[in-house]
Design a protein. Structure first.
Length: 256
């Protein structure tokens, strides 16, 4: 490096070359960090491995030891050109049910779709089919929770016959079959109805989408229903279809 008192054109060249070398070294280091992030995110995993990652993240959240992964600048930069989430989470819009937090996830980890009461419509089906058909996501999670306001409203309508006005009526109408199914099983508490609605939603999903049903049959995708408890913070697997070893999960989505 030249002294400020003896600076000349030749010194400028020397400084420029030195700075260029420094930039190359810094850029190379940054590129190396990004490559390691991209390699990790592009690793193909199975439905069972995806569920294990979610389960481990939820266990950290419950224990208060969340690691907040994939939330730094290199991770953000690595996702500019594309995404490769390992799960799609279709859950209730309730503000207490932030999927990325309760499963201790970061940027690019999960493709998230939310509606009140996790009600299925054409936009939801299109979003889920995109996650499977285009992004190659191996796991679809239907996420319900206790004390759900939408399920409570549907239960009240069934009990009283009073239908809410506006577009809330549409939500209630789509949840009502789950409430009636729970009652036929002699389940009358709203939280039991929430679990039944989660099961019914997962089943309705694979029945409604040929693309998702075919992916389940091929073993490429599993669809599972989880019931989240607000006080404890844990998400329990209550139903599903696909290649997961669990008593609540059926291997096939096709009717017997």
């Amino acid at each position: 490096m030249c002294s400020p008192n003896t600076w000349s054109a030749s010194c400028a060249a020397t400084d420029r070359d030195g700075c260029a070398a420094s930039r190359v070294g810094t850029t190379g280091s940054r590129r190396s960090n990004l490559d390691s992030v991209e390699t990790a995110s592009e690793k193909i995993i199975t439905p069972a491995q995806a569920w294990q990652k979610l389960r481990e993240g939820n266990e950290r959240f419950v224990a208060g030891t969340a690691s907040h992964p994939n939330q730094d600048a290199p991770r953000r930069s690595s996702l500019v050109e594309g995404q490769n989430p390992f799960a799609v989470i279709f859950g209730c819009s309730d503000s207490r049910l932030a999927a990325e937090i309760i499963f201790d996830l970061g940027l690019g980890d999960a493709f998230v779709v939310r509606t009140a009461g996790q009600v299925i419509d054409d936009a939801v089906l299109g979003s889920l089919e995109y996650s499977v058909g285009t992004l190659g996501v191996p796991l679809i999670v239907v996420l319900g929770h206790d004390n759900c306001g939408a399920v409570t409203a549907a239960k009240a309508t069934v009990d009283t016959g009073d239908m809410p006005s506006g577009y809330v009526r549409t939500l209630v109408e789509r949840i009502t079959p789950s409430v009636l199914a729970a009652q036929r099983k002699d389940l009358h508490e709203v939280n039991d109805m929430v679990v039944e609605h989660t099961k019914q939603t997962a089943e309705r999903l694979v029945e409604s989408s040929r693309l998702i049903s075919a992916a389940v049959e091929d073993g490429r995708v599993a669809v599972i229903g989880l019931s989240y408890r607000l006080a404890e913070g844990n998400a329990e697997l209550v139903s599903g279809f696909g290649a997961l070893e669990h008593p609540a999960v059926l291997r096939s989505a096709l009717p017997k």
